[in-house]
Ligand binder design. Structure first.
Ligand code: ADP
Ligand code: MG
Length: 333
């Protein structure tokens, strides 16, 4: 097995198949760099709002899965008919129960995964694959252990064939922006979880994507570090004016960061409600927590999620009951 596969697998966050898919995706990124958008169709009914960055239209993604019961295969609908318009420079968070299709939707937004039906437009152009206009930050960091901090951050710039001197200038700027000055030559295993996540953010920002896609990026760090990173991310966002789509499990995190929170529901994955967060910026977690408006928003989202979780659990219990009854008709659940 090649060195990159081995190390990444040992870290336990990425499988070999996934690596192969991502390698192909990266090759496509290189190919498509500077000719990112292949299809020149424009968005129908664009509403004359020039500020719209992303339009997801009836996005449905299904997977072919094994059907244990009938020993065949069946189609599983992970997300169905998702419609969402995101403005340039907007910070939108997606919150929803585990398995409701948040990552599936983000994969579609990144172009790594194609919708089974529906269309995705960025800047009015149909998206047909990944491109360097979208940066991705994942929970598991996905950093290269054999590269130091500086060279991890310069990775996207190398893909873009940016000369070394310029690469150094850009990586220096982002190392300072995420507070990693002095750690340029450190290797990934020498860093804490919070620092690794800073490297991942700097790496995504360094090649200057317009959109930043973040899938539970702070889920693996401790609570205190997470709060620091949340506040820092808002400062970075304010400075860089990126459009950010951020997935989280945490209601507090979803509200604290966002202009709007999209609350998702499962079976099939869909957007249940989009909630405007009209809390003044700049925000401080300490102040937000005691604000009545924050508590109202929090309660509303909790209600939306709780109803969904409850239904989900009832469905699961019923499914388990059916399976158990098939195995043993006398079983008592
Ligand atoms: P979330 O991120 O909200 O936890 P995911 O988007 O990862 O959820 O998954 C949504 C649903 O789709 C889950 O039931 C998951 O098992 C299923 N799923 C995701 N990826 C695949 C895949 N490659 N093949 C089959 N099923 C998948
Ligand atoms: Mg996920």
């Amino acid at each position: 097995m090649r060195r990159d596969n081995t190390v990444l697998k040992e870290d336990g966050f990425i499988g070999e198949d996934e690596i192969n898919i991502k390698k192909v995706a990266i090759r496509n990124i290189i190919k498509k760099n500077n000719e990112k958008i292949v299809d020149e169709r424009t968005i129908p009914n664009k509403n004359n709002n020039n500020n719209i960055k992303i339009v997801a239209k009836n996005i449905t993604r299904t997977f072919i899965v094994k059907n244990r019961k009938e020993k065949g295969i069946k189609e599983f609908v992970a997300i169905k008919d998702i419609n969402l318009e995101i403005n340039a420079g907007e910070f939108i968070t997606l919150v929803g129960p585990s398995g409701c299709g948040k990552s599936t939707f983000l994969d579609v937004l990144s172009g790594l995964s194609h919708p089974t039906s529906g269309e995705l437009y960025i800047d009015g152009k149909l998206v047909t694959g990944p491109a360097l206009d979208r940066g991705i930050v994942l929970q598991g960091y996905a950093l290269f252990p054999w590269r130091n901090v500086r060279r991890n951050i310069e990775y996207g710039l190398e893909l873009k064939k940016i000369p070394k001197k310029q690469r150094r200038e850009i990586s220096k700027k982002f190392i300072e922006l995420v507070g990693l000055k002095g750690f340029e030559d450190s290797y990934i295993h020498e860093l804490s979880g919070g620092m690794k996540q800073r490297v991942a953010i700097a790496r995504a920002l360094a090649y200057d994507p317009e959109v930043l896609l973040m899938d539970e990026p702070f889920a693996a760090v401790d609570a205190q570090t997470r709060e620091v990173l949340q506040e820092e991310l808002l400062l970075i966002w304010a400075k860089t004016k990126k459009t950010i789509i951020f997935i989280t499990h945490s209601i507090e995190e979803a509200i604290f960061l966002a202009d709007r929170v999209a609350v998702m529901a499962s079976n099939p994955g869909s957007i249940k409600e989009i909630i405007d967060v009209n809390l003044a910026r700049p925000r401080k977690l300490g102040d937000i927590r005691t604000s009545p408006d924050f508590n109202l928003l929090s309660h509303r989202i909790w209600e939306l999620l709780n109803n969904d979780e409850a239904k989900h659990e009832i469905k699961e219990v019923n499914q388990n009951r059916n399976i158990a009854e098939e195995i043993s008709p006398t079983v008592n659940l």
